[in-house]
Design a protein. Sequence first.
Lengths: 335, 182, 648, 617
Amino acid sequence: MMRRGLCAGVVSAPCLAGCTGIQTTLGGAGADDTSFIRLFATFLVVCLIMYVLVVGGLAAALANRKVLTVESGAHHESSPWLRSALIGWTVLVAIGLTGLTVASFFVDRSAAARAKHPQFHVKVIANQWWWDVIYMTPDVSQIVHTANELHLPVGVEAEVQLQSNDVIHSFWVPNLAGKQDLIPGRTTDIQLLPTKVGLYRGQCAEFCGIQHANMALVVTVESKVDFLRWLAQQRRPAFAPATPLELAGYRYVTSRECSSCHNIAGTPASGQIGPDLTHLASRRTIAAGTMPMSPGNLYGWVADPQSQKPGNKMPTIGLASNDLHAVVAYLERLK
Amino acid sequence: MSSHCRNSLAAMAALALLAGCDRENSDARGKPFGETIPSTSPDTVFPGGQKQVPLDPRLAAYGRNAFAIAQGQQLFGAMNCVGCHSHGGGGMGPALMDAEWRYGGRIDQIAQSISEGRPNGMPAWRGKLTDQQIWQLAAYVQSLSGQAPKDAVGSRAEELSNTPPQTQTKREPVLPSDSAQQ
Amino acid sequence: MKAPAKRKPRKSERVMRDGPDLTGGELEARLEATWSRPKGVIGWLASVDHKEIGRRYIITALAFLAMAGLLALHMRLQLMLPDNDVMTPAEFNEAFTMHGTTMMFLFAVPVMQGVQIYLTPIMVGTRAMAFPRLTAFSYYMYLFGGLFLWAAHYLHFGPDNGWFNYVTLSGPQYGVGKKSDAWAQTITFTEVAALAVAVTLVATILKQRAPGMTLARMPIFVWATLVTSLMVIFSMPAIALVSGLLLSDRLVGTQFFNPAEHGDPLLYQHLFWFFGHPEVYIIFLPATGFVSEIVATFSRRTIFGYPIVVLSLVGTGILAFGLWVHHMFATGLPRVGYSFYTAASMSVSIPTGLQIFCWIATIWEGRPRLQVPMLYVIGFIITFVIGGLSGVMIAAVPLDLQVHDTYFIVAHFHYVLIGGAVFPLLGAITYWFPKSTGRMMSEAWGKIGFWIIFLGFQLAFFPMHIAGLMGMPRRVYTYPAGMGLELPNMLSTIGSFVVGFAVALFVANMVLSFWRGLPAGPDPWDAPSLEWATSSPPAWYNFAHIPAVESRTPLWDSKDDFPVVQGLRVDDRELLMTTVISASPDIREPSATPSIWPFVSAVAVAVSFIGSIFSPWALVVGMIPVAIALTAWFWPKLPGPYAEPQIT
Amino acid sequence: MRRILIGLIAAVILIALIAAVLWTRTSGRPTQNASGTAVNPNKAIAASAASPPDDGNWTMPSKDYAATRFSALNQVTPANVVGLKVEFTFSTGTTEGFEAPPLVVNNTMYVVSPWPNNVFALDLTKPGAPPKWVYKPNPAAAAKGVACCGPVNRGASYWNGRLYLNLLDGNTVAVDAETGAEVWRTKLADIQKGETITMAPLVAEGKVLVGDSGGEMGVRGWLAALDAASGKLVWKAYSTGPDKDALIGSAYRAPYAQDQGRDLGVKSWPPEYWKIGGGTVWGWVSYDPSSKTIYYGTSNPGPWNQEQRPGDNKWTAGVFARDINTGQARWFYQSTPHDLYDHDDINEILLVDYPVGNGQRIPALIRPSRNGFFYVQDRRNGRVLSAKPYGYINVYKGVDLKTGRLIPVPGMEPVAGKVSRNICPASPGAKDWNPSAFSPVTGLVYIPHLNLCQDMGVKNANYIAGTPFVGADVKMYAGPGGNRGLFTAWDPVAQRKVFEIKEDLPLWSPALATAGGVVFYGTMDGWFKAIDARNGKLLWQFKTGSGIIGQPISYRGPDGRQYIAVPSGVGGWAGAIVSANLDARDPTGALGFNNAMKDLPKRVSAGGMVYVFALPK
């Protein structure tokens, strides 16, 4: 049914720079996404054939400049073969559609079948405009809590449990698999089987409020060894402040506004409402993908988050400059 | 009220009842607010007969702004106020939806109670919340007793049904509370 | 306001009927007096003439098209470059919501219904709609709904949660202020208007066809109107229910959509999309009606396979109700259920495929004249089929899970809505403009306008397929650089401005042709259907004598010696009712005279609706003026002296 | 001559009879004292070491270390109880929940008030019992802001010349019983972290045992032992955290595998959650002098939202047995692993010698737990002999006696975003802190308890030290039958209900059993009731000024008469709607009790009065 050569060729034509992007459905870094590309190629071929037939028929009809013998006899009998052409066209359309339906059904079934035995579980809870990520290990004391970041071992089936704390969001990492909504009051799930090591970007795909556009998460697919090393690093409590500036930052963060919302394991700050900051500096982006992680961006973000991501829930504290330096220094420490 | 809104209102005499220009603007771009929490307490005797403390201008900005009240509602849950005051009915803390106010029911007094704390167990939130958040909380608290306009409040939250909808509760008077306790 | 002053029939005068002894100028002068309306503003507001109301619908809808179009251009400016700040996120969210809501509820459905109101009576050969005052009332409800939405937008409480305003985001907690109420109440206005129009259209088509116009001889556009009106009647109640439930959740704290109290956000989505999908076919089927009429006229041949096209229309209308869940493939419902909806979504493209075959066969059999309406038909076929095929793609679950809520979907529905409905609409306006104004639109500017909009459209919306596949979600006010989205977005922005320019060109062509277009005469295109038997623009009473029809193409078969029916009253408004299937004459029915009361009722209902989003008491108190206005509206007219007409 | 002789003998017999009757009435020596009764083989009897013969005094809230709350005085009987009259009353001047029982030692009554925890010594020898001295500790007012269920105090304890009591702001004080002077004051709990102390201390072997409250505030539970003489800390056992904090060492042998393991106090919690995990000790401690072992329960794990703390959450909602001198744990049994509904396990623990057939008896403990099961456990190793429901339960299937684990009904656990309905028993449980009484005479346990169910919605709880850490909204309502309270007489041997009285309002007052065959309890709208210990018939009742949520006691007055005293002052968790003037329009008020107590403000008002009754001279 699907000839790999033709499909790959056909697919690559329109994909321009898309194939190698970090957030594209044509990336093919996950089992679901590769089956998507194959099915999409099949559909594209069938649809192109149908389209050529229609437009060709139209062009032929327009070119057929025959002069009618009877003056304005609008009622003359239609040529007999048109009737058979109509039946042929109907059969062709029906067969095409049935074939496509069956193809899509089989792809759907194989994805569902594979989803039966996931090796490990991650729970992702969506909030207005950031992702809470919890690695659910059987031993509860080894649970890892992080935010806006998902690490997956390559070749291992992961089941991602999806919940929402407020409105409907949609978890979508195009390079790996299709999207799945996160609906308040329900628990949906999605199975990811990453096949290519690399860095991918996912984004919320269901309109969820003023900052729907800046609700992204970075997905790192790595080898099993790297993954376990990362998991162990995430389990360690936060690094203690080393320099006096970091100590001043530590004192501010763990006693003032920051501790009302954020949790830094091993310190008095254990707010559960905002993203977990225990290993903030080891992440690649700030504020759910709004900007890449860098000291400069950290300054901009902590000083006035409302101007970086207007309408988000982090208030503008109006820090004095020395407090700002201290806080950023301490946050840099939280590798 | 921005001038742009005022003349558009004049133009739309037929839709006058829709005057809600300031009810909705969310002013998302939050510049660091120079907000400070007032320290005066109007419900007391002023030796020498000083007249009543004027109502704080921020009442319009927060007390009647739907966005501020909604943010206040989320903070009321997130900062564990529900733990003591439930949804206005009270528990460890006093009820906030009735007419009795031990430390003053005006929005600036409520903001002061939140910021400074009160002797009978109300924690002081200055330094733990920004002044803007404290004003938003005060806006929500005074809406619990129906002080806020009906078109600026939500009827319910997405949680266990509790109090009757705020859009329908009648406006409670603000009375000093004759607290029996010391 | 009393009904317009009417001459009291003098005792001696026999009741005047049209018949052999009353013909020509004398008859037309009397009919003119009976069917015209009083002058002045009150007269304008009291008009119940289907042509006036139809024209008002179309002009108001085109105005909303222009306003929503400007919003679209503003959004395209914001999306032209990554991390752009032409608009703030709040402005952008309100812009795309107003664009979507206005296009779907204030432009697409009303303009189609406006054209249907205008054409149906003169196509089926009658003098007025079945319920003329209800039609007038529906226009004012639609107008007030549109004005209310844009007033809310102007007063900073326009909706900003997308045109379908999903729950818990639009619920009482996260939908802050009155924005979602404004959206929901606008829906209440427009669905009341749409239901009223649908009811009058169905009654007019089934009971007031010219004698002899059996169901098998009805023009295809009238079939399309019948099917769309029945779809409106069956689908609008779903959106009425869901916007009502949302309003009651938001205003009096009911728990319909509160997930905690076992309400369900997906209940909202099911109810909305049960209306949502038929809605897009309500917009598309009238367009297929336009195409069938234009193809028949400009190929100088009756439509090929008339029964097949009619059955396809009915088939699409029925199937449209069975596939709404393909909008919810990502919500985690059981996968087996989804495969039923994949099959249903695929099957709905079969009837449309058949129609396309019949159109092409008609062109093949006929001698096509490539004038502007025909160009739009060709543009329609080329564009819509791309949208139809991308629709087949997103009917498959694995594909939809990747491209749902991305710009691939935005491309798809613009192809099927602009390609599928706006192109045929522009063709239809060019086609029926002479009938409505008596003047031709400029053929040269028409052709230029067509090529600009056709190419501009492809430039604007084809790159969106690529942007969607490359990971650009819907409704994002910006996107980061370096994801390969810069080029598609830039092309789309340029294309959208070209389309904007082309629409402006078309409107200019319309306005200028209104005064300086070539005079058109009754039948400039030598078309087969009945409306071309009236003058251009048609008189108040449409037909001096109600025609009798013997074939599908009356004008082609008996151009001038028309068999007609006589005996209708001349001194009072009277219509001939015919039986449903065979359209044989049945009874004579008085038709309502112009009245200011539909307008007053609409004002009272509007005030009550708008007030009800601020307090439920507005509904209670508001019903009193509504009751008074309706009573005056339905106040019975004293029956005049009657005598049996002779039917010759 | 013979007639005179016969008359003389008859007179002597008559006098002997009268003397015998008088002797029994006056001397107060019960005809059958607790230990001397004819031992009925199939009835439980109080552990002799822990339940010494009654000397007419009431030195600690639980009456004795075995927590029998049984008075051996038998002057008041079902026949004459209707004659009880008010001898005198005393007002504490407070209107908060009055839970502390008055203590009577050497003809002096000590009354402890809720916040501000004043102590009044009343001289019983003088008519009207005027106060001898008043001790005012002045605890910090801010403590009321972190007291979850009302600024209450559950009583003081008298021990060789001193009164020991806890203050709401986390201090334990020793007061000289004669002069009312403060001997020492030790700060144990920190209100900044949300810790308060409301429990009545248990004083034994020269140690004062005190635990903290604040399960709703995200504190970490502990039980501390202070030296009675100096107030210095002897040992402190935490309810969560590593084994060295929980004083679990070599002496520890868990009855079941579920409670055996290294550092389960850390492993059964998500990371860092054990530090804010609750397990406070705010209820009752019992002590068995023969084995030098104390028995007490730990409270609910924090927060109420079970999804935030997966795992069994050791050592919360279970019973500890510890050595009194070193605090080393002997055994621990977790009644409610991974508690779902705030079912603390701090209820009273009665120590009895339990018949196991053919005349054999084993040292056991019996307790009506808050999760609705009446546990009978061997107190040497904690094994559960039987666990039967004594109230209506639909959230637990039962207790698996082989593994000791409670079996919850699947699907009833509250999850975020979806309200769970009809959870019976509700959060206060089948019986809250108000202790039952055990009468060795009838062998029955008299349980004043609740019949409440609830709807419960949970969400992500935010932790800020000193603020509530709950994450749940609750609405309670009457359970099946529509009555919110039940008074049940339970036979702990046959493990079945003997009789039951339906009460309209929840029963929040402890019970008092007396040797005279009369059992006393109070209702929340102020009725002080006396019922027949055998069949529960209502014999006598008296309407006090406010709701009764405190412990009635019985003592022998200076004139030898039996006096019954009861504190009356509505409040606590159930009465908060009255004592804290809450608004009934919010059903989730007072952590859900508002919905069940909407009618209370119309039936009773706040107060703070002790009433003392006795039969007329």
